[in-house]
Write a protein that binds this ligand. Structure first.
Ligand SMILES: Cc1cc2nc3c(=O)[nH]c(=O)nc-3n(C[C@H](O)[C@H](O)[C@H](O)COP(=O)(O)OP(=O)(O)OC[C@H]3O[C@@H](n4cnc5c(N)ncnc54)[C@H](O)[C@@H]3O)c2cc1C
Length: 399
């Protein structure tokens, strides 16, 4: 069970963290995931366990009370967690992106104000770009912040698809501010909005309506966020300077793409594990189905996809950790890992025969989880756009 998805040259600390998380996933997540997911129940006890292990502060610098680990460590932890239940990785992912945004782009005051409390999990992050009228086309954002005579802002508009929108207490939200720039994306600004967890009008002018009902990825809340004359201080502009939000958020989704790739790796690995177990137990025509070549070949192809996706995900994470641009590699890793996750779960489902359609079998849940990865942090079409742009830049003919 440990041959696939191995990573070379890990430090002792990384190896120890991963072993701890794997044990936690096997003992605490896998046995309870199915029931919690079917009931759409927030995994409070699991999240508490992650908090005790320090997962919320995994990549936050030691100077702010975190473990100061790399993107690679984070991605490998996410792979382990998604192998158990993708929704749990959803709880930490938006938190991780917001912590990354503050650490990379925040003012010193913002780092001091938020990172220590984020490291302990006391403050939980969500990030918000999408609106009812747009997802891929981020520069078309309509929610607007209007500057007031005292220099502070008032926000009006509607956001949607916030993962952890209700359970989070800090939202990094991308809105339009009129900086008078001729390029639309130069008129976008990220605000750090601290709010109580919960639903309804949580602050004057800020409402989190109920949860959006989803086909999978249950347990973790996904919400809208409505601003109606919501007052926010100039000190809450990420980095202190308006107009930089688009570039900041693109940096956030770049690390987010490695995370989605890691989730795809975890789901595909679990789907493979379930398939290879089942294929040795189920007999047809006098022998285990694994001994029918058609099924054995499926297992071979699934394992190959697990390995390829893992290798590309690790490479994208290591490039970012080395301080290199990784937009193309993160896009490739996200594209291949999400597409392979969908294919491997589908094959595992087929191997389960009719039982795969029963809600008693784990593969049924994975089948509903995997499609989200084709959409989140940019669809496959958007990844191909990013990859091809990067390649054309790199391979441009001399003029
Ligand atoms: C469960 C869930 C959780 C989410 N969590 C968050 C979150 O926490 N924060 C957040 O901000 N957003 C979140 N999202 C939103 C997500 O990022 C968007 O759904 C995604 O970016 C796609 O946007 P869209 O749904 O508006 O699709 P659209 O942009 O309307 O795209 C529709 C289709 O057109 C294709 N398409 C669009 N433009 C092009 C193009 N130029 N060329 C070719 N094809 C194109 C797309 O690939 C897609 O197939 C979440 C979504 C889901 C489902």
């Amino acid at each position: 069970m440990t041959r696939l998805a191995q990573t070379a040259d890990l430090t002792d600390v990384q190896t120890e963290i991963l072993a701890t998380v794997r044990r936690f996933v096997d003992e605490e997540i896998i046995p309870t995931a199915q029931a919690l997911e079917h009931g759409d129940v927030y995994p409070t006890k699991i999240v508490e366990g992650l908090r005790e292990m320090g997962v919320f502060g995994l990549v936050i610098g030691a100077e702010h009370g975190g473990l100061g680990e790399s993107l690679l460590t984070y991605a490998l932890v996410v792979e382990e967690i998604a192998r158990g239940w993708m929704s749990v990785s959803g709880v930490i992912n938006t938190h991780f992106i917001v912590a990354h945004l503050i650490a990379q782009h925040g003012t010193e005051e913002q780092k001091q104000r938020f990172l220590p409390r984020m490291a302990t999990g006391e403050v939980r992050g969500a990030f918000s770009m999408s609106e009812p009228g747009l997802g891929s086309d981020v520069a078309a954002i309509r929610t607007a912040a209007t500057r007031q005579p005292d220099g502070d802002y008032v926000i009006d508009g509607q956001k949607t698809w916030l993962t952890n929108g209700g359970s989070s207490t800090l939202v990094a939200v991308l809105v339009r501010t009129d900086e008078g720039a001729d390029q639309p994306h130069r008129n976008l600004t990220t605000f750090l909005v601290e709010k109580p967890a919960g639903f309804g009008e949580v602050l004057p002018g800020l409402t989190v309506p109920g949860k959006i009902d989803k086909m999978g990825y249950k347990g973790v809340d996904t919400t809208e966020l409505v601003f109606d004359g919501f007052a926010v201080a100039a000190a809450d502009v990420l980095g202190g300077v308006p107009g930089r939000g688009f570039a900041q958020m693109m940096d956030g989704v770049e690390v987010g793409r490695v995370n989605v790739a890691a989730r795809g790796c975890g789901i595909a690995l679990r789907a493979f594990e379930l398939a290879i177990d089942y294929a040795q137990q189920r007999e047809t025509f006098g022998k285990p189905i694994a001994q029918h070549q058609a099924i054995a070949f499926k297992l071979a192809e699934m394992a190959t996809k697990v390995e390829a996706a893992h290798a590309m995900m690790v490479r994208a994470a290591r490039l970012k950790d080395a301080g290199q641009r990784n937009d193309v590699e993160a896009g490739m890793a996200k594209l291949i890992a999400s597409e392979f996750a969908a294919e491997v779960t589908q094959e595992s489902f087929r191997i389960h025969g009719g039982y795969g359609y029963s809600t008693e079998y784990e593969i049924e849940r994975l089948m509903r989880e995997a499609p989200f990865l084709l959409i989140g942090e940019g669809t496959s079409e958007i990844q191909k756009t990013i990859i091809s742009r990067g390649l054309l830049r790199e391979y441009a003919l001399p003029r």
